[in-house]
Structures are given as structure tokens and as C-alpha cells.
Design a protein around this ligand. Structure first.
Ligand code: GDP
Length: 442
């Protein structure tokens, strides 16, 4: 999970303030000392941490506490706001040229995920009814051209390449002519990676830049590299004038330092984050949602958006009604599991819901094989059992296991997961209701 360790530490530090009716300066100091350590351990830039703590302290100690909040809650609110500010306040969108095509130059170190991300971006744009063209400008590694072609095929986006004999500058220029002729309105240029900052390659990308005058210069950075990523960003920004960053591998156990320091150090926004190896694992970056996620308030909006795009809305409404009236049955559960397959890794999805312990639900990950087994078990239940699992005693469990070719442990596990899911869904609708009441939602 993204920022797991930072998130836990911040929540623990701030949790100590939560219940307090009154806060002394010492309380705030102590909590801030822990927050400071948590941020440093997450590999956030030293100076960024210093400023952050200073800002929070000043605001926390200097101002009148709002009536509706306890002092502890108020500090959490400030930390949330400052974290959001640190990451850039609002979502930074791609800008498009007023007369197409829009040229996007992809840059970054080798292995950061540049080629994969070029493909993800192409798919993202295609879903917005754009007609992207991918361009292979890495002429140094023949495998790189092939890799982009494979990616292009998978997202069904055309790839422009001229082999490895021409200069990248000529290929880039030719690609724009090609794109214009073929009605491509966005041209994504994949450039040669480098293992570290390399003067020749740096000059080359600057030359490509000058030749094609891109609207967007996106730097792809590996979140796992922490502070290094921030240094790379600083250099690329000075040489190339980047317009934004795509931070990859946030699905791994990145400590978070890069995401939290980039903006402050380079003054350039994170526009997207890579959340996995699959080509649809690219998400727009929302600083406010990320801050809430770090502080464990749950990324409610992301969750809803994700759920809405994957789950048929009418079915979702029906389901909601059932959950509200506590009629959620095993038949619904099965349907739910099938839909959840489309949502990607389940623990990632569940981690966005406040109060859900994603770790505890890890076993709930659904793949096709699991699904077939779960389906067999559910289908071996009688109609009555499916509607009212409470009646499934041990002899019924044995019968179901036999009938589905599984064993009693499997049946037990499923019954437990069903219960958890039901609980989680109820929690989710409750939360939704509260948010609606507060006018923050829908
Ligand atoms: P390039 O050298 O910068 O073009 O990097 P590639 O696109 O070849 O990616 C390097 C490796 O990182 C590949 O194994 C990708 O599958 C992987 N990768 C890229 N983006 C992500 C991401 O967001 N999450 C994860 N887990 N892996 C990623």
C-alpha cells in the first residue's frame, strides 16, 4: 500500500491528540516531533520537512480553534491542509495545444517506467476520445523500439518508428508530419533512457525538445528511489524545463518522500501516478485525496470514481438498496466479486475505504481461479442458504464442501469473507451518508 509506514506513523502521532479537549504547546510540540521523524523516515527532503513542521506549528499554536472541532481534530485538519499544499493543492491536468497535434515529450532515467507509462498515457488519452500516436525515439536499444511496439499493440494505439539508423531528432520531426497526415491529435514521444544523468543523452533530448516544441515535457520518476528522484527532477527541470512529473511504482512500498518533496523542490506538479504494471494502472494525481489517504481518512472520492467507472450504475444502485435493507445475499456477493475483478487489486481498492483494514482482507484478492472455486461453493448452497448464510451449520458446511469439490476450510473462509464484505459495505454506505449530510459529497 502506498505510504503505508508513513501513514501509520502519522496516524499514531496525531491519534494521540485526537481525544484531547485542550492542547498545550507541549502536546503540539511532542506530536510534531513524531510527525517530523515520520516524514524524515519516509525520505522527505530535510528542508521540506523543516518548513512543513514550522507551518503546522505556527498555524496550530497561533490561531483560534474552530468551534466544531476539538483542538486535536483541528491539528489534524491543519496537517491535512499542509500536506495537500505540499503536493500542489489542486489536480494538475495535461494541457493541450490550441491547434493539434499536442506534442508530449517523455523523459526519464532507464527503468523508471518511461515506455510503460507512455503506453498508459496513450490508453488514458484514447479513453478521452483522443487519437494518440506513440513515437519510438530510443535508437540505442533495439529492444526499446520493440517494447514500445508491443505496448502500442496492447493499447491499440499506432506506433511510429523508423528503426535505429536515423537520428532521434529526425524521427521526432517526421513523426509530427506523420501524425498530422493521419489525424493524430496527441503525439507521445518516448526518448532514450539513461542510467544516470548523461551529458550526451541530455543534449540529445534538449535537441529533440527544441525541434518539436512540446506542449508537455513529462518526467517519469520511480517513486521507490525517494530523494534520488527529487534530485533527478531538479536536474531535468533545469536542463529541459519539465511541465510535470509522472511518479511510477506507487503501488510498491515507496516510502513517499518523492511524492511529498517534488513540488516543493522543483515547483513542478505531479500530474499522474503509476499504480501497477498493467497498462490501465495510471491515475491522475489529486494532492488533496493523497493527503487524506496518507492520514487514513480514506480516499473517498477516488473510491467512488473508480467504482463508478467499473460497476454498472444501475446494478450498483440495486446493490446499495439491498445493502441498506441488509438483504445482501451470496448471489449478490458472487456478482460483486465478478465486478471487483475489474477494479484491480482488491487490497488497493479497499485501502481507500476509511476504517477498513486492507491487510486483514488481503486473502480476498480475486483471480479467475479463485472465482471459479468461490462460484462452485456458492452454487452448492441451497437457495435458502444463499439468502440466509446464518443457517449454514457444520453439517451443511460439510455437504457444501462435498458438493463443490472443495473442503470445509474453503467453505469457512468464504463464509468469513462474505461477512467481512457485508460489514465493509455497510460501513461504506454509512460513511457515504455521513459525507452527504456534511455536504462534502455527491
Ligand atoms: P523505462 O526503461 O523507463 O522505459 O522503463 P519500462 O517502461 O521498461 O519499465 C521498467 C519496469 O518498471 C517494467 O518492469 C515495468 O513493468 C515497471 N513499471 C513501470 N511502471 C510501473 C508502476 O507504476 N508500478 C509497477 N509496479 N511497476 C511499474
Amino acid at each position: 500500500m502506498v505510504f503505508e509506514s508513513l501513514s501509520e506513523k502519522l496516524q499514531s502521532a496525531l491519534g494521540k491528540l485526537k481525544g484531547k479537549g485542550k492542547l498545550s504547546e507541549k502536546d503540539v510540540d511532542l506530536a510534531m516531533r513524531e510527525v517530523r521523524l515520520a516524514l524524515l523516515e519516509a525520505d522527505v527532503n530535510f528542508k521540506v520537512v523543516k518548513d512543513f513542521i514550522k507551518n503546522v506549528k505556527e498555524r496550530a499554536i497561533g490561531s483560534e480553534v474552530m468551534e466544531s472541532l476539538t483542538p486535536g481534530q483541528y491539528v489534524i485538519k491543519i496537517v491535512n491542509e499542509e500536506l495537500t499544499k505540499l503536493m500542489g493543492e489542486s489536480q494538475a491536468k495535461l494541457t493541450f495545444a490550441s491547434s493539434p497535434p499536442t506534442v508530449i515529450l517523455m523523459s526519464g532515467l532507464q527503468g523508471a517506467g518511461k515506455t510503460t507509462t507512455a503506453g498508459k498515457l496513450a490508453l488514458h488519452l484514447k479513453k478521452q476520445n483522443k487519437r494518440p500516436l506513440l513515437v519510438a525515439c530510443d535508437v540505442y536499444r533495439p529492444a526499446a523500439i520493440k517494447q514500445l511496439e508491443v505496448v502500442g499493440e496492447r493499447v491499440e494505439v499506432p506506433v511510429f518508428s523508423m528503426g535505429d539508423k536515423l537520428s532521434p531528432v529526425d524521427i521526432a520531426k517526421a513523426s509530427i508530419e506523420h501524425g498530422k497526415k493521419h489525424g493524430n491529435d496527441v503525439i507521445i514521444i518516448d526518448t532514450a533512457g539513461r542510467l544516470h544523468i548523461d551529458e550526451d543523452l541530455m543534449n540529445e533530448i534538449v535537441n529533440i525538445h527544441d525541434a518539436v516544441n512540446p506542449k508537455e515535457v513529462l518526467l517519469v520518476l520511480d517513486a521507490m528511489t525517494g530523494q534520488d528522484a527529487v534530485n533527478v527532477a531538479d536536474t531535468f527541470n533545469q536542463r529541459l524545463g519539465i511541465t510535470g512529473v509522472i511518479l511510477t511504482k506507487l503501488d510498491g512500498d515507496a516510502r513517499g518522500g518523492a511524492a511529498l518533496s517534488l513540488r516543493a523542490v522543483t515547483n513542478k506538479p505531479i500530474k499522474f501516478v503509476g499504480m501497477g504494471e498493467k497498462l490501465d494502472d495510471l491515475e491522475p494525481f489529486y494532492p488533496d485525496r493523497m493527503a487524506s489517504r496518507i492520514l487514513g481518512m480514506g480516499d473517498v472520492l477516488s473510491l467512488i470514481e473508480k467504482a463508478q467507472s467499473s460497476i454498472d450504475e444501475k446494478k450498483a444502485l440495486e446493490l446499495e438498496k439491498k445493502i441498506r435493507s441488509a438483504q445482501f445475499t451470496f448471489d449478490d456477493f458472487l456478482e460483486q466479486l465478478e465486478q471487483m475483478k475489474n477494479l484491480g487489486p482488491l487490497d488497493q481498492f479497499l485501502g481507500m475505504i476509511p476504517g477498513v483494514n486492507a491487510k486483514a482482507l488481503k486473502g480476498l484478492d480475486v483471480n479467475d481461479k479463485d472465482l471459479a472455486r468461490l462460484e462452485a461453493i456458492i452454487k452448492s448452497m441451497t437457495k435458502k442458504e444463499r439468502e440466509n448464510p446464518d443457517i449454514i451449520d457444520s453439517s451443511r458446511r460439510k455437504r457444501i464442501a462435498n458438493g463443490s469439490g472443495t473442503n470445509v476450510q474453503d467453505v469457512n473462509k468464504l463464509l468469513k469473507q462474505f461477512k467481512e464484505t457485508k460489514k465493509m459495505m455497510r460501513k461504506f454506505t454509512d460513511m457515504e451518508k455521513t459525507m452527504k449530510k456534511k455536504g462534502k459529497f455527491g
